[in-house]
Design a protein around this ligand. Structure first.
Ligand code: SF4
Length: 243
């Protein structure tokens, strides 16, 4: 696979997944648990379009062809999430997130995300909005971090690799962009925006991503989900899948 420039790709993908202030989503769902917490579910809007192409991505086929799903305005996304939360009232569903895609591809997609959170805060204050990001554009355009100031959110930056070389193997993107993940964490911390770092221990040695003291205390370990399709993708990339 030829390496690509994830900054350039961000712009190209944003052009496909944004139409004015609306963004593409293909599903709204309740996930019965979040991370390793089996007691807590999360209300999820599944979007499409990412600036990376990780070998283990469960949504890789859609992220390779992101012209799927329908365009939803931010208020509609918030409405659908709140509706799902009301339906799942008994399931401890007071966490929200957008998944399957990268929410920060540039200014338009960042504004869309902020408008969803604003719409939420006008309706009813959510217990928690998790923003899952690979951090590339937050690092490349730190002004996007400014848009999160004052919002009741938590940013979870998924650090993909512990070196530029490993970053290329895992994401298919040029290793020059690896540094943006570190910069994103620094910029979020600088603005006191609540954030944490998630890694997959199979691909990231935590001792190698000390990022010169910038990693917040919390370091989450993500589980590698071995769906048949992801195993196939990883093998095709030459990534060791393990037992
Ligand atoms: S950063 Fe996330 S959404 Fe993007 S390709 Fe990787 S795993 Fe998939």
């Amino acid at each position: 696979m030829e390496l690509f420039d994830p900054i350039k790709r961000s712009q190209e993908i944003e052009n496909v997944v944004m139409e004015g202030t609306a963004k593409r989503y293909y599903r709204f769902r309740f996930a019965p648990f979040y991370k390793s917490d089996m007691r807590k579910g999360i209300i999820t809007a599944d979007g499409v379009g990412c600036n990376l192409l990780c070998g283990y991505c469960w949504n890789l086929s859609r992220n390779l062809q992101p012209s799927v799903g329908r365009f939803y305005e931010p208020a509609k996304v918030a409405e659908k999430l709140v509706h799902l939360s009301e339906k799942e009232k008994n399931a401890n569903a007071d966490l929200y997130r957008i998944s399957g895609c990268e929410p920060f591809l540039g200014e338009a997609s960042a504004r869309h995300l902020v408008a969803i959170i604003d719409a939420f805060e006008r309706k009813e204050k959510p217990a928690g909005f998790m923003i899952e990001s690979n951090g590339i554009m937050l690092g490349a355009m730190p002004e996007l971090c400014d848009m999160l100031r004052g919002l009741d959110v938590h940013v979870r930056v998924a650090v993909k690799a512990d070196s530029p070389e490993r970053f290329e193997e895992i994401t298919g993107a040029n290793g020059d962009a690896w540094k943006f993940q570190e910069i994103a964490i620094k910029e979020l911390n600088k603005r006191n925006i609540s954030c944490s770092v998630a890694i997959m221990p199979q691909f990231v040695d935590p001792s190698k991503i000390a990022f010169r003291g910038t990693i917040p205390d919390q370091l989450e370990q993500e589980q590698l989900k071995k769906y048949p399709q992801t195993v196939k993708q990883m093998k095709a990339r030459g990534l060791v899948v393990g037992p």
